[in-house]
Design a protein around this ligand. Structure first.
Ligand code: PDD
Length: 281
């Protein structure tokens, strides 16, 4: 495997960043995960736009032009011979003597790109069985709309799910409303077949997959409401599912101790999943 690190393609095993990289010391950086499907980067433009927004919100300089970055992404995919899989891109504020304020303008942002193949039939990717989720109290900072590499609460929540024999954790705000998953957006389908997902305000990351599903629902003539939903509503829902570049559209068959629907993936989630790649750019 090959990784791109600050202007060079290097063997993955030797790819490394400086010990004083601010991403390493302060989580002072942002990232994107983009699906590769048939050798093509799914929704590349939207991922690049979200990256630019994350960088802007944190006042990190763009490491290179959008065109140059696109070339690096494609080249990393090509060098790793990925047909179906994922590309990971991370930009940090760069390398500087450890000190909290931003370093001077002479410090260049640091960039890393990796790519790997994922077998679509492998567990966790195939939507056949669906996944189980647990709920945990929302304990993240209020700017989760920024795709920052500061993911400790997400990591802890996800591990809690694993420890409970589940596959994802949904964060729940103090009023009992689900915000999103540790690395996915959360959805339910109510008894009338209406899709419900939280508005992409500051409480969640505006998932690219989420945006595609909003468009797909419209195209399919499904009713969709963007509003917060409670855990109680979710437990009673006809269907539930999560969306992300890694899980695509993944049915949820259990929330804590509540079985969703008949305990098998719901028909709307399954049908959206099958149609996803027809609409994703
Ligand atoms: N996570 N919400 C959170 C907190 C996320 O980390 C992600 C993505 C999403 C879904 O966004 P998208 O549809 O653009 O992938 C929502 C990536 C995949 C990750 O951290 O691995």
């Amino acid at each position: 495997r090959i990784a791109y690190v600050n202007g060079r393609y290097v063997p993955h095993g030797e790819a490394s960043v400086h010990v004083e990289d601010r991403g390493y010391q302060f989580s002072d950086g942002v990232y994107e995960v983009c699906e590769v499907f048939g050798g093509h980067l799914v929704d590349e433009r939207r991922h690049m736009e979200r990256l630019q927004r994350s960088l802007r919100e944190l006042r990190i300089r763009e490491p290179m032009s959008r065109k140059a970055l696109s070339h690096v992404l494609h080249e990393t995919v090509r060098r790793n011979r990925v047909r179906n899989g994922l590309v990971y891109l991370q930009v940090t504020r760069g390398v500087a003597k450890r000190d909290h304020p931003f370093p001077g303008d002479e410090v260049e942002p640091a960039i890393v790109v990796t790519a790997r193949s994922v077998d679509p039939r492998k567990a966790g990717r195939s939507g056949e069985k669906g996944i189980e989720v647990i709920t945990v109290p929302e304990n993240r900072w209020p700017r989760v709309d920024i795709k920052s590499v500061s993911l400790l609460p997400n990591v802890l929540a996800r591990q809690q799910a694993e420890d409970a024999g589940a596959n994802e954790a949904w964060f729940v705000d103090p009023d009992g409303y689900v915000t999103e998953g540790s690395s996915t957006n959360a959805w339910i389908v109510d008894r009338d077949g209406q899709l419900i997902t939280r508005p992409a305000d500051f409480g969640i990351l505006r998932g690219i997959t989420r945006t595609v599903v909003v468009e797909l629902a419209e195209k399919e003539g499904l009713k969709l409401v963007e509003r917060p939903f409670t855990v109680d509503e979710a437990r009673e829902a006809r269907e539930a599912f999560v969306t992300s570049a890694t899980k695509l559209i993944m049915p949820v068959v259990r929330i804590d101790d509540a079985v969703i629907g008949n305990g098998r993936p719901g028909s709307i989630a399954t049908s959206l999943r099958e149609k996803f790649h027809t609409l994703a750019e």
